[in-house]
Ligand binder design. Structure first.
Ligand code: FAD
Length: 404
């Protein structure tokens, strides 16, 4: 096993586990404040594609200060349109949110990646095996392919997503995961939905299940199935497409739904997962901290996972800079500022979910009413007040990482 001991006088070194939005944003920010980040990523190469990401004000502000907002781009536009449909193919105008940037996850990741400094070390096919933290340094055993090595760092950041191994190693496999009992299946379409133009999407919402195609101005939509289940584990005992088909039964499928199932089945590696929140009493221990989904997974229903990852990463760097680069002082200050913001969005998820997957007939009616009001320019302000949407959007736009 190779051992690499860092010597004093060098820039502080951080190990960042995960090359997703949280990991890259943290690396970028730490580099900006004079640290030397090293990223390890379990996959053999950087992933692309993904699913719809709305980026709200909180995320936009941090992306701007990180210098990546332009590179991330924006696929929203006045030409995008959505339809509320049923299985028989009847349709009426729907609602497309104006305000957040409409992106795919790969856009955000590509924008961040393009801004990483050329000399930043990224080790693919590499995972941490053990982390020992002694107050002074964090000692990490890493495995790259078949080779193991040991390296000391001033800080370790677990940005390795919902099923974080850093969380398991440092905080234990405790009951931090809170399943919401909904399943999500997603794919990016490579061509328009039959009968619609490229920038048109749709929503078919029924009690306990829905399918949505989120439109973009310049490419085919992002397709998303979600449904409620009483037994999450059982959903993973079948191929994803089969589980989705079952969830939309036993009623006759109809041509439209059938064509959407077929489009999901075309993807050799579609997203299929349960929606799970991560709730932890603390996001750091000694010289190890978690950022992004690893720390606080908000789920797709919040629409804030990417924004919170960007803001959390930026604020972490700011707090280190303000606290003499000392994690013992910076991490509690970071948590104190970030936690109320995350808490608010975690608590809002049950309400936000209704827009995506109404639980029962009452919620279907409520959602339908909300969409009708929001799609009428005259009634929209009233609807925004009545549904609390204005407050919700304001919370999503709050610039939590702004310098005080
Ligand atoms: C369908 C869907 C729709 C969504 N819509 C929105 C939205 O509209 N707006 C929004 O803001 N958010 C949305 N989200 C949430 C958003 O995608 C996530 O919050 C965000 O991508 C999380 O980024 P992350 O970097 O924390 O984690 P991840 O994206 O999970 O990245 C983790 C990285 O770590 C790597 N990794 C994992 N384990 C290891 C290991 N042991 N060693 C090394 N590397 C490892 C992974 O390969 C990956 O590269 C949505 C999510 C879904 C599923």
């Amino acid at each position: 096993m190779d051992t690499d001991k860092n010597t004093a006088g060098k820039r502080p070194q951080a190990l960042i586990v995960g090359l997703g939005i949280a990991g890259m944003a943290t690396a970028l920010r730490l580099h900006q404040i004079g640290w030397e980040p090293v990223i390890v990523e379990r996959s053999p190469q950087r992933r692309t594609g993904g699913h719809l990401i709305w980026l709200f004000g909180a995320g936009k502000a941090s992306a701007q200060r990180l210098g990546v907002l332009e590179a991330i781009g924006d696929r929203s536009g006045p030409e995008t349109k959505s339809w509320e449909v049923d299985r028989e193919g009847r349709r009426r105008p729907g609602f497309v949110a104006q305000g957040p940037l409409a992106l795919i996850r790969g856009d955000v990741e590509a924008g961040l990646f393009s801004a990483l400094p050329g000399d930043l070390e990224i080790r693919y096919d590499t995972v941490p095996l053990r982390i020992r933290e002694n107050g002074e340094r964090a000692r990490v055993v890493l495995r790259s392919g078949n080779r193991e090595s040991v390296q000391d760092f001033d800080l370790v950041i677990g940005a390795d997503g919902l099923r974080s191994s850093v969380r398991d190693m440092v905080f234990g496999r405790s009951s931090f995961l809170h399943p919401l009992n909904y399943i999500v299946g997603a794919t990016l379409l490579d061509r328009p939905i039959d009968g619609l133009t490229e920038s048109e999407g749709l929503v078919l919402a029924e009690p306990g299940r829905s399918v949505m195609a989120f439109p973009f101005a310049d490419r085919a939509p992002s397709l998303l199935f979600t449904y409620r289940t009483g037994d999450v584990d059982a959903e993973f005992t079948r191929p994803p497409a089969q589980s989705i088909r079952r969830a939309f039964g036993p009623e006759p499928t109809g041509d439209l739904l059938e064509s959407l199932f077929a489009r999901y089945e075309e993807d050799p590696d579609p997203l299929f997962d349960s929606t799970v929140q991560v709730r932890m009493p603390k996001w750091s221990r000694g010289r190890v901290a978690l950022v992004g989904d690893a720390a606080w997974s908000l789920t797709l229903y919040s629409g804030m996972g990417a924004s919170a990852a960007l803001a959390g990463a930026e604020l972490l760097g700011t707090m280190l800079e303000r606290n003499a680069h000392d994690p013992a002082r910076a991490l509690p200050a970071w948590e104190a500022r970030m936690r109320p913001f995350i808490q608010e969005h975690q608590d809002a998820v049950e309400h936000e979910r209704i827009k995506f997957t109404p639980k029962n007939r009452r919620e279907v009616v409520l959602r339908s009413l909300m969409v009708r009001l929001l799609s009428s320019p005259r009634l929209r302000p009233l609807a925004q007040l009545a549904t609390g949407r204005e407050k919700g959007v304001a919370a999503k736009d709050r610039d939590v990482a702004a310098v005080l």
